[in-house]
Design a protein around this ligand. Structure first.
Ligand code: 5GP
Ligand code: MG
Ligand code: MG
Length: 196
């Protein structure tokens, strides 16, 4: 599996440090509050558990939205796959994301939560692919910035025909182009991911 990685961007140690930093910020900002950690399935699961260890109080909920439908580029349409189980009215929500790219998924979830009467909605994302943004979705807590390339590891997968690969890598790295586009192996990453 390591052979499919072009370049490691963030090591296991880098990520542990980021989780501690972001967890500490959240613990401080939500002191004496009772936030709901909203884990965006499935990629953010690892990041969420690592971050929440540093917080005093959290309730945990899950949501699954889809904008990628597998593949390596955003489809542009966001759909709700699995809804939240509890009432968010009047609650402070912290959306836990693995990566924010176009921002469409995040915008979709923020709108949904605010429509349902959430008191505040903030986002803590492991990765921020700022160059990919097409809608104005702000991420308040960021682990790391990443370049506009398709990255995998530490929760983020590359899925082929329902099979999920690389989620279990302990680090975050850029997937080799030859893995998902063998015929385009000579292109630069930006040529492949700039389809939205
Ligand atoms: P957005 O709606 O911001 O375009 O996309 C957000 C979702 O797309 C992320 O939560 C993630 O599931 C997926 N995604 C975006 N960029 C990447 C990437 O580089 N690698 C992987 N594995 N997933 C990505
Ligand atoms: Mg995600
Ligand atoms: Mg995925």
């Amino acid at each position: 599996m390591d052979n499919d990685i072009e370049r490691v961007l963030y090591s296991r140690e880098d990520i542990a440090e980021a989780a501690k930093r972001v967890g500490g910020e959240l613990a401080h900002d939500y002191e004496n509050k009772t936030p709901i950690i909203l884990v965006v399935l499935k990629g953010a699961a690892l990041w969420a558990v690592d971050v929440m260890r540093y917080m005093q109080y959290t309730e945990v909920e899950f949501i699954d939205v889809s904008s990628y439908n597998g593949g390596v580029a955003s489809s542009g349409e966001v759909s709700l796959i699995t809804d939240i189980k509890s009432d968010v009215k009047g609650r402070d929500i912290i959306i836990m994301e693995d990566i924010v790219d176009t921002g469409r998924s995040l915008m979709f979830m923020k709108d949904l939560l605010l429509e349902r009467g959430a008191n505040t909605v903030k986002t803590a994302s492991l990765l921020d692919k700022k160059e990919g943004r097409v809608v104005d979705a702000t991420v308040e807590y960021i682990g790391f910035d990443v370049p506009k390339a398709f990255v995998v590891g530490y929760g983020l997968d590359y899925s082929v025909e329902g099979k999920e690969f690389y989620r279990n890598l302990p680090y975050v790295g850029i997937l080799k182009k030859s893995v998902y586009a063998p015929e385009h192996a000579n292109l630069v990453d930006a040529d492949i991911t700039s389809t939205h």
